[in-house]
Design a protein. Structure first.
Length: 306
């Protein structure tokens, strides 16, 4: 069971909308169904989906056990950056989904991990997401850490919660960013009309901070580094689009037509991932090398600007 105490920022919001923002991996229709079925209580009483929250309301949510399909281990090659008895850190390729979901029950990172690790994955997030503490989008490449036991999972989850994990991404964006560095501090939440998108223009967004630095300029494009202070869904993609510099290849938050033929999805790579090791207590950092498509695009831009 999860509990929430309503603050002034959420007062007056519909409970179904509020909970869909707290459970970002669940649809609003799913939230409405569990409210209807009595799995949600406010001040120990069932409510309807249109209930308007009041300051200091106590919301209790008991998620029903999902009937989950069997996830089949698959012999998929993993690019392992680091591994020991507690964790495994991998370099995720483009077009790979992190965990099974409707439409993606095969070929995911979890399928590959179950083959590689066997039963050595934490069970905190259930059989659909064994070992998964955080994730990156299907078309984002780079560093991910996966936990092999519950102790490691709890440690990493706490580090994520207090924003102590170091996460540095590199990206290529549209436009020439004038300043050498900057910070985008804008709350991110579900788009008010498009549930598949996130937005900085929503009533109840969660704090989101991205620090960016220019690495190289190519006239109409800029190669940047982004360090996350928080880790909201689509944070870098939404933040850079919000200041007029969407990621190249991002058809959700940028131009519908990509200027570079054959590019699949956004040019975003999780380069650096630094954690406090759950057993040793020492800082551990990995750096995922740039994928081939990213290197080729950089070379192409450099040739254009000669």
């Amino acid at each position: 069971m999860k509990e929430f105490s309503i603050d002034l920022n959420s007062e007056g919001q519909r409970i179904d909308l509020y909970l869909s923002e707290q459970f970002e991996d669940r649809s609003r229709s799913y939230i409405q169904k569990i409210i209807k079925d009595g799995y949600v209580k406010v001040n120990q009483k069932p409510v309807k989906s249109n209930y308007r929250l009041s300051f200091d309301d106590r919301v209790e949510v008991t998620l029903p056990e999902a009937k989950e399909p069997d996830i089949v281990p698959e012999n998929i090659l993993l690019d392992i950056l680091y591994e020991d008895q507690d964790i495994i850190m991998i370099n995720k390729p483009k077009q790979m989904v992190v965990h099974p979901a409707p439409g993606h029950y095969n070929g995911t990172l979890v399928n590959a991990l179950m083959y590689h690790c066997g039963n050595e994955l934490s069970g905190i997030n259930g059989c659909m997401r064994p070992g998964i503490v955080h994730r990156i989008d299907m078309d984002t490449t780079g560093s991910l850490v996966i936990c092999k036991n519950d102790k490691a999972h709890q440690s990493l989850s706490e580090q994520l919660k207090v924003h102590s994990i170091r996460r540095i991404y590199v990206a290529i964006v549209h436009g020439n960013i004038k300043e050498d560095s900057g910070t985008v501090n804008a709350p991110v939440g579900r788009h008010p009309t498009d549930r598949k998108k996130m937005s900085t223009h929503c009533k109840n967004g969660r704090e989101a901070i991205t620090h960016y630095k220019v690495l190289e300029r190519f006239g109409d494009y800029t190669y940047i580094q982004c360090e996350l202070e928080t880790g909201r869904t689509h944070q870098i993609r939404v933040h850079m689009a919000s200041i007029g510099h969407p990621l190249v290849g991002d058809e959700v938050y940028g131009p519908k037509k990509c200027p570079f033929k054959g590019l699949q999805g956004q040019t975003l790579h999780a380069r650096t991932l630094g954690i406090i090791h759950p057993s040793t207590g020492k800082y551990l950092e990995v750096n995922a090398p740039l994928p081939e498509y990213f290197i080729e695009l950089l070379d192409r831009l450099r040739n254009i600007c000669r």
